[in-house]
Write a protein that binds this ligand. Structure first.
Ligand SMILES: C[S@@+](CC[C@H](N)C(=O)[O-])C[C@H]1O[C@@H](n2cnc3c(N)ncnc32)[C@H](O)[C@@H]1O
Length: 309
């Protein structure tokens, strides 16, 4: 396979073992990508099973559909996974047996310098997974207010030099348009010494990518809808790659596995909240050392699984 479009699926066996509880069930791959996890699901389910894959990146859709078209049980939805409820209802499914999220970007996106996800090669400051989105990294960097830039770098990049970096960007953009990854990287690089430079750059690029794709909000909305769609015994399986998305997954599962969510100072329950999930993985599952060695991109992966009750 072309090196550029190779994407090794992360925690493949573990995630699919947890996901499939009924070989004739209806499953959703919320993040189809290049179809690595979907292929395994399709190999595991039988002819009566169904798999619906969501994807917003047209290039990923082209590649995965050419790989998986031969499977009659497979349908692609070219839409954001935050539209899961309306899209599944549209297909006539109001209950599912399991859903998998393998969050973040694929190698197809990361390695395409033109799309500006990475800081190690020159490309347009774009960062849209879905090219129909209006917001781009270029718009954020050149048009957002100083305060908004500081807040994004701090909230989505957890970067302690957020203020200084945002100020430097605001100063530079008065002189020229910051429209490529290398121009941005040059400004950001001044705020850390050589040893930590890549970490600082990674935090700032992550923050911009999250803002462009509205990643945390769509994840929260989708998880809530997915939990409602699961049948009793159906599984929610999520692989996350950074602390912000993992926190959303962890807190969503925590709330859904708790009977009462009233503030602790209340003497009696007034919320009437009932748990809808039980945890299947009590400890986070992480890749084995050999998986990390074979696929360094899996290093930060965390797998959480819960089941509808
Ligand atoms: C880490 S990759 C998934 C890789 C896939 N599991 C595989 O084995 O090939 C994540 C994919 O999800 C897509 N994606 C991210 N957020 C999405 C969203 N909100 N809705 C639909 N697709 C999304 C990205 O475009 C990317 O292709």
């Amino acid at each position: 396979m072309d090196r550029e479009i190779e994407h090794i699926p992360v925690l493949l066996n573990e995630s699919i073992e947890y996901l499939i509880t009924d070989k004739s069930g209806i499953y959703v791959d919320a993040t189809l990508g290049l179809g690595g996890h979907s292929k395994k699901i399709l190999d595991e389910i039988d002819n009566d099973g169904k798999l619906i894959g969501f994807e917003v990146d047209p290039k990923a859709i082209l590649i995965s559909s050419s790989k998986l078209d031969k499977f009659k049980q497979f349908t692609i939805i070219k839409n954001n996974f935050d539209k899961i409820k309306v899209e599944l209802y549209g297909l006539g499914f109001n209950k599912i047996d399991g859903i998998l999220y393998d969050l973040g970007t694929s190698n197809l996106e990361l390695n395409d310098s033109e799309r500006g996800f990475g800081f190690s090669s020159k490309g347009d400051l774009d960062m849209r997974m879905d090219p129909t989105l209006k917001n781009t990294a270029k718009n954020i960097i050149n048009n957002y207010s100083l305060e908004k830039l500081i807040s994004i770098f701090f909230k989505y990049g957890e970067e302690r030099m957020s203020k200084q970096i945002a100020q430097a960007i605001a100063k530079e953009r008065e002189k020229y348009t910051i429209d490529t990854t290398d121009k941005l990287a040059k400004i950001v690089s001044k705020f850390s010494n050589y040893k930590y430079r890549n970490k600082t750059l990674a935090r700032i690029f992550q923050a911009i990518r999250i803002e462009v794709n509205n990643e945390l909000n769509v994840l929260q909305k989708s998880l809530t809808e997915a939990i409602n769609l699961l049948k009793t015994g159906g599984r929610l399986v999520v692989i996350s790659y950074h602390s912000l998305e993992d926190r959303i997954v962890k807190n969503t599962i925590k709330e859904a596995t708790t009977n009462c969510i009233c503030p602790p100072e209340l003497p009696v329950c007034v919320c009437n909240h009932k748990a809808s999930l039980k945890k299947i993985t009590h400890k986070i599952i992480t890749p084995t050392l050999s998986e990390m060695k074979n696929n360094p991109q899996s290093r930060s992966a965390k797998l959480r699984v819960a089941e509808k009750i």
